[in-house]
Design a protein around this ligand. Structure first.
Ligand SMILES: *Cc1c(COP(=O)(O)O)cnc(C)c1O
Length: 375
């Protein structure tokens, strides 16, 4: 059994993917070729944004977004403590200072209450200038933008939605990667919409930011002349081959995959909700289920259940075993577990189950029956 069965997805979409990949190889345009432009248009339309800029990966997408707003040394960037490292690392690498925020224990997403506290603390200290909030759509569930956007407005901060795991989710029908000033996603293979290598994208409604991003992803070149470099940028472009993989995958994603993972999630929740803490999806929110994550009652139970499932041939994962405040790279922040109680508890008790749109009912029944037995 696979945790996320990418090989099965390929078998289903093989004819279309192979055709696109072979055409890309014959085309001679291997970087930012025509399929990349077509993909950018389709992704922007899907997310409900004016522009999409395809880049090399989701980490670069975050970094380029902050660069496009001139974020740098002396600036505070508020993000969740319970996320993949890049949500904060992308700010650190350009000299800005990540300020970590604890999570809401029910949704695992950034806590609006703690966010406001942390903004006020930075203002009171007076050393850093609050610039950006980077809410993460963790496990496929959009962050609580209904509460975060008013906080951003109150303190004059910009919002960068880290939608690496959130593509396909929505709040009251408004899709992920359309929230805040700018949004990003990742096409790492195991994300809700993945390619066959690295890839990422940035979404914006702002024409000037769009133009600046197209320059920044290509060494700060001018629009007319690639050897006329206006500022320091990156080399972060999407390969044509990856766009050829993503185009048919986006069609399947839109036609049935997001619906299919929601059915799998509903089946898990119906069978497990009386025995264990299942994911919370607030009213009006829609998840694309990058992960289906349970909360067990202790680290001992979590580790025991994971081991017992493994013995039955069922792969599970711990996302994430550490909060960012526990990372060696951020030891200089000197942050205690007590200051991040909800993240700390989550790192000890979470367990993600196999989840993908091609899961067979008998496969899922085996997982559920095994889990109930082990519990
Ligand atoms: C995967 C991920 C990223 C980074 O994406 P890459 O394409 O791997 O660089 C950033 N943020 C979050 C929340 C992620 O899950």
């Amino acid at each position: 059994m696979e945790f996320r069965d990418l090989k099965k997805q390929y078998q289903v979409l093989k004819a279309e993917i192979d055709e696109g990949v072979l055409a890309a190889m014959a085309s001679g345009a291997y970087i930012l070729g025509k399929p990349v432009q077509e993909l950018e248009e389709k992704l922007a339309a899907y997310a409900g944004r004016k522009h999409c800029v395809a880049v090399a990966n989701g980490t670069d997408a975050l970094q380029l977004s902050l660069m496009a707003y001139d974020v740098g040394p002396g600036d505070a960037v508020f993000t969740s403590d319970f996320t993949y490292f890049a949500s904060a690392g992308s700010a650190s690498i350009i000299g800005a200072t990540p300020v970590l925020v604890d999570i809401d224990p029910a949704t695992f997403n950034i806590s609006p209450e703690d966010l406001e506290k942390k903004i006020q603390a930075v203002l009171a200290e007076g050393k850093l200038t609050p610039k950006f909030i980077v809410p993460v759509d963790l496990f496929g569930l959009p962050a609580d933008f209904t509460r975060i956007l008013p906080i951003a407005a109150k303190y004059g901060l910009k919002v960068l939605e880290d939608g690496a795991q959130g593509f396909g989710g929505a709040i009251n029908g408004k899709r992920a990667c359309s929230f805040g000033d700018i949004s990003t996603t990742s096409f790492f293979p195991a994300k809700p919409l993945g390619c066959y290598g690295d890839g990422g994208a940035i979404f914006t409604d702002d024409d000037e930011i769009d133009a600046r991003l197209r320059s920044l992803r290509a060494q700060g070149k001018s629009p007319a002349d690639k050897y006329d470099n206006r500022e320091i940028g990156m080399n972060s472009r999407l390969d044509t081959l990856q766009a050829a993989v993503l185009l048919p995958k986006l069609r399947a994603f839109e036609a049935y995959e997001v619906e299919a993972v929601n059915k799998v999630a509903d089946t898990y929740t119906a069978a497990l909700k009386d025995k264990v803490v299942t994911p919370t999806i607030p009213e009006g929110f829609y998840s694309s289920w990058a992960q289906y994550t349970l909360m067990l009652d202790s680290k001992e139970t979590r580790d025991r259940v994971q081991k017992a499932l493994k013995a039955k041939g069922i792969p599970t994962m711990v996302y994430y075993p550490r909060g960012l405040h526990q990372q060696a790279a951020y030891a200089w922040m000197n942050l205690s577990d007590e200051a991040f109680p909800h993240t700390t508890k989550a790192t000890q008790c979470v367990l993600s189950l196999p989840m993908h749109p091609y899961m067979e009912p008998d496969e899922q029944k085996y997982i559920i029956d095994s889990l109930l037995e082990v519990l």
